[in-house]
Write a protein that binds this ligand. Structure first.
Ligand code: PCA
Length: 201
């Protein structure tokens, strides 16, 4: 397998998580991709991700998560070494102001070509934007943990994170197509495009 796609289990009382539904849909449509569901639990998420990387030895890892309220598919650029959980995870843990990795760097940048991915998703007629925050919950933890695994154990692996909208805002089929495009872009574009995708606040 060349690509590992992950999505999350439902959390916060929801019945489903479109990140997992779309990741599994994208994987069945591709011949080079395996999809793995990660638990929405601070203690279990990164061991599950590491086990999946060891089991499948992918060239590219794209982790996806739900960002309720976002209207775009948003490839994330920056992972921060901070957990500040606003709600408990699925195991009841709610860590506040702790690092993802004790002693790790403050942040990591994605190694996915996020601007090229956004351009390609838009070319397919779907809304996309680069995001500069993955939050401070399990998604950012997994994103940071993935980049730390790449930095310390899996050099050469390309990886990053994509937040996706709720199904009410974007059909699962479209979310799956967007993840498919992110995977293809990661496999084919080795240097990101230099156009601006920055924000002003
Ligand atoms: N979204 C949450 C965690 C799991 C998910 O799909 C987040 O953005 O942190």
């Amino acid at each position: 397998m060349t690509v590992l796609l992950t999505g999350f289990a439902p959390f916060d009382g929801a019945a489903a998580n479109p990140s997992w539904q779309a990741a599994s849909l994208a994987a069945v449509r591709r011949t080079d991709t395996v999809a793995v569901e990660l638990p929405c639990e601070f203690d279990a998420s990164l061991p599950a991700l590491r086990a999946a990387i060891l089991a499948h030895r992918p060239a590219v890892v794209v982790c996806a998560g739900l960002a309720g309220g976002r209207e775009h598919v948003t490839p994330e650029r920056v992972a921060i070494n901070l957990i500040d959980a606003r709600i408990p995870d699925n195991a009841g843990a709610q860590p506040v102001d702790v690092p993802v990795v004790e002693g790790g760097p403050s942040a990591y940048f994605t190694t996915l070509p996020v601007k090229a991915a956004v351009a390609a998703i838009e070319s397919a007629g779907l809304p996309a934007a680069v995001s500069y925050t993955a939050g401070t919950y399990v998604c950012n933890q997994v994103f940071y943990g993935l980049m730390h695994l790449i930095a310390t154990e899996f050099p050469g692996l390309r990886g990053g994170f994509v937040h996706v909208p709720e199904e009410a805002r974007m059909p699962l089929d479209s979310i799956a197509r967007a993840l498919d495009i992110v995977a293809d872009t990661a496999l084919t574009v080795h240097e990101d495009v230099a156009t601006s995708a920055g924000t002003l606040h």
